[in-house]
Design a protein around this ligand. Structure first.
Ligand code: 9Z3
Length: 325
C-alpha cells in the first residue's frame, strides 16, 4: 500500500499522529514492570501444550478509557462500558483453552466476579462475636467458586490482568502487549471490547491545574485519537487474528458501520452490538458473512459470550490452519 492509498488518513499523516500521541503521552508509571510480566507470561505460554498443539493467547480489552482534562486530573471525559463483556469473554476463552491477557479499566467488572454482589467484601462476609471473619452462608458457594477459579487461572499462569484508566495508559499498554505477542504469530488473538475514546486533549496542551468554573463557559479543543487499529494490524501484530467491536444505539446503522470498520481496519471480524440488546444478541460480521449469535434464553444464567467465544475460537482455528498450512 502506498503512502496515500488510505483515502481518509494518508499513511504518513497517520504515523505522524501516532508519533505525536506517544511522544506527548505521560510515560507509564509501571512500564518496566508491565513489560517484565508480559515477557514472563508469553514465555510460559509459548510452549507447546502436549497433544493440543501450540498454545493460543488472546488479549481481551475491557471497560472504557478516560480522557483527562487537567494534568492534575479532577475532571475527565469517560466512555461507557461496565466491563461485563470483557470479563465474561475472558472466562469463556479460558474454558476454550486460551491463555488471556486481560487489559481492563480499573474498577470495572472482573473475570469470575460476575455472580458476586456489587460490594462483595461487605456483603459476602460477616464478623463473629469472637471477631473472626467468615463467609456468609448465602454467598459461600459463589465466593468459593470465584476465588477457586480465579486462583487456578492466575496461579496457573493462564491469566494476566493489567489495569488502565486513561486513553494514554490504554494505548501504551496495548502496544506493549502487541509487541510481546508478535512471536506467537497466528496463535495470537486480539479481542478489542474496550470502549476507546475518539477524541483527547494532548498532554502538552493540557492545563496543569483544575479548570476554574469562574472563568466562564469552557472552550476546549479535542484532537482525534489516531486510529491505532490500523497500526495494530499493519505493524504491531500483523498476523494475529483481530476482532474489534462496533457499538451503536441506532440499529439501522449498526451493520453498515460494522462493515465499514471491518474494511477500514482490515479486521478479521467485527462484533456488532446495540447498547440495549448487547447482552442478548450480537452479530459477527466478516468479509463473507454476518452471523447472529443469541444468548440461550432457556437457561437463566446463560451468557451470549458463551456461543460467541465458541464461534470466534472456531474461526481462529480455520485462520491458523489456512495460514500455517
Ligand atoms: C463494545 O461494543 C462492547 O460490547 C460494550 C460492552 C462496551 C458495548 P459492557 O462492557 O458493554 O458489557 O457494559 N465495545 C466497543 C465499544 C466501542 O467504543 N467501539 C468503537 C466504536 O464502536 C470502536 S473502538 O466505534
Amino acid at each position: 500500500m502506498d503512502a496515500t492509498s488510505n483515502s481518509e488518513t494518508p499513511k504518513d499523516t497517520l504515523y505522524d499522529e501516532i508519533n505525536t500521541f506517544f511522544e506527548s503521552a505521560p510515560p507509564l508509571k509501571d512500564g518496566p514492570d508491565i513489560s517484565r510480566k508480559l515477557k514472563e507470561f508469553i514465555e510460559r505460554n509459548s510452549q507447546s501444550t502436549g497433544g493440543r498443539g501450540a498454545s493460543r493467547v488472546v488479549c481481551v480489552t475491557s471497560g472504557g478509557t478516560t480522557v483527562p482534562l487537567e494534568k492534575r486530573c479532577v475532571r475527565y471525559i469517560d466512555n461507557f462500558s461496565s466491563g461485563h463483556r470483557g470479563a465474561a469473554s475472558t472466562e469463556y476463552f479460558l474454558k476454550a483453552g486460551y491463555s488471556v491477557i486481560f487489559l481492563s479499566r480499573r474498577g470495572t467488572c472482573q473475570p469470575f466476579c460476575r455472580s458476586l454482589p456489587e460490594d462483595p467484601l461487605l456483603e459476602c462476609f460477616e464478623v463473629s462475636k469472637e471477631l473472626n471473619v467468615r463467609v456468609c452462608q448465602s454467598h459461600s458457594e459463589a465466593v468459593r467458586t470465584a476465588i477457586g477459579e480465579h486462583c487456578a487461572a492466575v496461579e496457573g499462569g493462564l491469566l494476566l490482568k493489567l489495569p488502565f484508566t486513561t486513553i494514554f495508559e490504554y494505548l501504551q499498554i496495548l502496544q506493549l502487549i502487541a509487541m510481546s505477542m508478535k512471536n506467537l504469530g497466528t496463535h495470537a488473538m486480539f479481542y478489542l471490547a474496550a470502549a476507546v475514546s475518539d477524541f483527547y486533549v494532548p498532554w502538552k496542551s493540557m492545563v496543569e491545574h483544575k479548570i476554574q468554573s469562574s472563568s466562564g463557559p469552557l472552550d476546549m479543543r479535542l484532537v482525534q485519537v489516531p486510529k491505532m487499529l490500523s497500526v495494530l494490524r499493519k505493524d504491531w501484530a500483523p498476523v494475529a487474528f483481530c476482532i474489534s467491536f462496533k457499538l451503536e444505539t441506532d440499529s439501522k446503522i449498526l451493520l453498515e458501520k460494522a462493515e465499514i470498520a471491518l474494511k477500514k481496519y482490515n479486521m478479521h471480524a467485527v462484533v456488532a452490538n446495540e447498547l440495549l440488546t448487547r447482552k442478548e444478541v450480537v452479530v459477527v460480521v466478516t468479509s463473507s458473512e454476518k452471523i447472529s449469535v443469541h444468548r440461550d434464553k432457556t437457561e437463566a444464567s446463560a451468557d451470549v459470550e458463551s456461543p460467541l467465544i465458541e464461534l470466534l475460537a472456531e474461526k481462529h482455528s480455520s485462520y491458523i490452519e489456512h495460514l500455517d498450512s
